[in-house]
Design a protein around this ligand. Structure first.
Ligand code: NAD
Length: 481
C-alpha cells in the first residue's frame, strides 16, 4: 500500500502530480497529498482492466462472494475510523459519515450475496425439440465516475455490483474526496481480487475523463454527478454505442398538506432539506405547503432551525457541517442573492461565517429558508446543492401535486399527510423515481432500486437486484436435442 497513490493493475502508482485534500471544517487542516493521474495512467488502468476481464468474468460465484464479503467486513469493522476520515474531508457530521460507511459495508455484503444468486430462465422453445436458456454475462470493462457528496456509499454501490457480476473496474472518484476513495481501494487491494480487476485513478474529470469514456474497450459508464457533465458523457458513450447509466441532479418537492402531522412534517423538512448541509441529490429543496397549515409550518420549521448547531463536522453536537468548498459556497450564496432579487422572503438563515466559534476557518453557512416563492423562480427550478430550501404556497392537494410535478427533474418526491386517499393517489401520480410518504425525500434503503426520471437519470436503475440490468448483458441460447 502506498498512501494516496493510484492503484493500477494491482500496483500502487504515484500520480503525475498531487493535490492537497483540505478539511472544509478547518481549512488549515491538510488531510494528505493525493495522486492526480494523467491520461497515460488512465489508459494504463483501462489496459489492466481489459487484460483482467477474460479471467475475472469467468470466475465462480464463490470467489466473487469471498472478495465482496471480505471487503464489506473490513468496511464495517473500520466504520468509526473511515467515518471520521469521511467527515473530515467532505464535511457531513460524524454520525452521518459513520452511517454512510456502514451503508457502504452493507452494500458490499448485499452484492456478495447477489454474486451467489445469479440466475437465468429456462424456457421451452416454440419449436419442438429445442430448449431455450436466458443467462446474464458480465458487460466488460466499466468506468465508474462519482461525485463528492457520498464519498464511499456511491463508489460502493457501483463497484460492488460491477465486481459481483464479473466486470472489471476503472474507478474515478471526485477530486474533492480522494481520501475515502483511496481507503476503499486499499481495502479492495487486500480482498483477494486478481490484479487489474479493480483500478483506482484519481484526478481531474476534464483531464482523464476522455481516456475513461471514449476508449473502445470500455463497455459501460456508470456516472453520478451534475446534469451538464452527465449529458456530455452520455453523448460520447452513445456516439460509440457504449452502455451508460446516469444519476444526476434533483429539485425534489416535499408536499405538506393541511391534515399533516406537523411534527412529522417539520422533522421530514429539517432532515430532508438541511442535514448533510443540503448536499444531497435527494434533498427536499421545494417545500409545497397548503394554505391551512402554511404559517404554522413555517413558524415551526424556523423554530427548529434556530436550534441547529452549524459547526465542525466532527464536533459532538454538530447538526450541520460546513459547505464542501469555496466553489460550492459561492454557488449557495449566489442562489441566496438570486432568490432575494426575485422577491422571495428570507425567513431564516443564509448567513456565511468564515470561522466557527472556536475560530477555525471553514465554509460555514446557516440553513436558509425562503418563503413567499413561486414555482417559476430560479430558486424553484435550479438545483442549488446546499442548505437552501423555499416554501411555495398551494391551494389544495391537486394544486400541490401539479406544482410538485412541474419540474425538469424527477428523483425523489415526498408527501406529509394523514390521508390514506391522498397518500395512495400520490404514490401513483408523483413523477419521480422514488416517492416518500411521511418520510424525508432523502434517506433510502440499500437493497432496493435507486434512481429517478426526467432530467435526473438515464439508463437502468442502480442498487438492489435491479443493478444487474446495467452490469450484465443478456444471452439467449437455443439447444436442439
Ligand atoms: P460533477 O458533475 O462536477 O462531477 C461528478 C464527477 O464527474 C467527478 O468525479 C468529476 O471529476 C467527473 N467529471 C467532471 N467532468 C468530467 C469529464 N469531462 N469527463 C469525465 N468525468 C468528469 O458533479 P459534483 O459537483 O461532483 O456532484 C454534485 C452533483 O452530483 C449534483 O448535481 C448532484 O445532484 C449530483 N448527485 C446525484 C446523485 C444521484 O444519485 N442522482 C447522487 C449524488 C450527487
Amino acid at each position: 500500500m502506498a498512501q494516496g497513490h493510484n492503484y493500477i493493475g494491482g500496483e500502487w502508482v504515484a500520480g503525475a502530480r498531487t493535490v492537497r485534500n483540505i478539511n472544509p471544517s478547518d481549512t488549515r487542516d491538510v488531510i494528505g497529498e493525493f495522486a492526480l493521474a494523467d491520461t497515460a495512467q488512465a489508459r494504463a488502468a483501462v489496459d489492466a482492466a481489459a487484460a483482467a476481464f477474460p479471467a475475472w468474468s469467468l470466475s465462480g460465484p464463490q470467489q466473487r462472494f469471498e472478495v465482496l464479503d471480505k471487503a464489506g467486513s473490513e468496511i464495517l469493522a473500520r466504520a468509526p475510523e473511515l467515518g471520521d476520515l469521511l467527515a473530515r474531508e467532505e464535511g457531513k457530521t460524524l454520525p452521518e459519515a459513520v452511517g454512510e460507511v456502514v451503508r457502504a459495508g452493507q452494500i458490499f455484503k448485499f452484492f456478495a450475496g447477489e454474486a451467489l444468486r445469479q440466475r437465468g430462465d429456462l424456457l421451452a422453445s416454440v419449436r419442438p425439440g429445442i430448449g431455450v436458456e436466458v443467462t446474464r454475462e458480465a458487460l466488460g470493462v466499466v468506468s465508474l465516475i462519482t461525485p463528492w457528496n457520498f464519498p464511499i456509499a456511491i463508489p460502493a454501490w457501483k463497484i460492488a455490483p460491477a465486481l459481483a457480476f464479473g466486470n472489471c473496474v476503472v474507478f474515478k472518484p471526485a477530486e474533492l474526496v480522494p481520501g475515502s476513495a483511496w481507503a476503499l481501494a486499499d481495502i479492495l487491494s487486500r480482498s483477494g481480487l486478481p490484479a487489474g480487476a479493480f483500478n483506482l485513478v484519481m484526478g481531474s474529470g476534464a483531464e482523464i475523463g476522455p481516456a475513461l469514456v471514449d476508449d473502445p474497450r470500455v463497455a459501460g459508464l456508470s456516472f453520478t454527478g451534475s446534469v451538464a457533465t452527465g449529458r456530455r458523457l452520455a453523448a460520447a458513450c452513445a456516439a460509440r454505442g457504449a452502455k451508460f447509466q446516469l444519476e444526476m441532479g434533483g429539485k425534489n418537492p416535499l408536499i405538506v398538506l393541511d391534515d399533516a402531522d406537523l411534527a412529522v412534517a417539520v422533522q421530514c423538512t429539517v432532515l430532508g432539506s438541511f442535514y448533510s448541509t443540503g448536499q444531497r441529490c435527494t434533498a427536499s429543496s421545494r417545500l409545497i405547503v397548503t394554505e391551512g397549515i402554511h404559517d404554522r409550518f413555517v413558524q415551526a420549521v424556523v423554530e427548529r432551525l434556530k436550534q441547529l448547531k452549524v459547526d465542525d463536522a466532527r464536533r459532538p453536537g454538530t447538526d450541520i457541517g460546513p459547505v464542501v468548498d469555496e466553489r460550492q459556497l459561492a454557488v449557495d450564496m449566489d442562489y441566496i442573492r438570486i432568490a432575494k432579487a426575485e422577491g422571495a422572503t428570507l425567513a431564516f438563515g443564509g448567513e456565511h461565517r468564515a470561522t466557527n466559534d472556536q475560530g477555525q476557518p471553514g465554509h460555514y453557512l446557516t440553513p436558509a429558508l425562503f418563503t413567499e416563492t413561486d414555482n417559476t423562480m430560479r430558486i424553484s427550478r435550479e438545483e442549488v446543492f446546499g442548505p437552501v430550501a423555499n416554501v411555495i404556497r398551494a391551494r389544495d392537494y391537486d394544486d400541490a401535486l401539479a406544482l410538485a410535478n412541474d419540474t425538469p427533474f424527477g428523483l425523489s418526491s415526498g408527501l406529509c399527510t394523514t390521508s390514506l386517499k391522498h397518500a395512495t393517489h400520490f404514490k401513483r401520480h408523483a413523477q419521480a423515481g422514488m416517492v416518500m410518504v411521511n418520510a424525508p425525500t432523502a434517506g433510502v434503503d440499500y437493497h432496493v432500486p435507486f434512481g429517478g426520471r426526467k432530467g435526473s437519470s438515464a439508463g437502468p436503475r442502480e442498487q438492489g437486484s435491479y443493478a444487474a440490468e446495467f452490469y450484465t448483458t443478456v444471452k439467449t441460447a437455443y439447444t436442439a436435442a
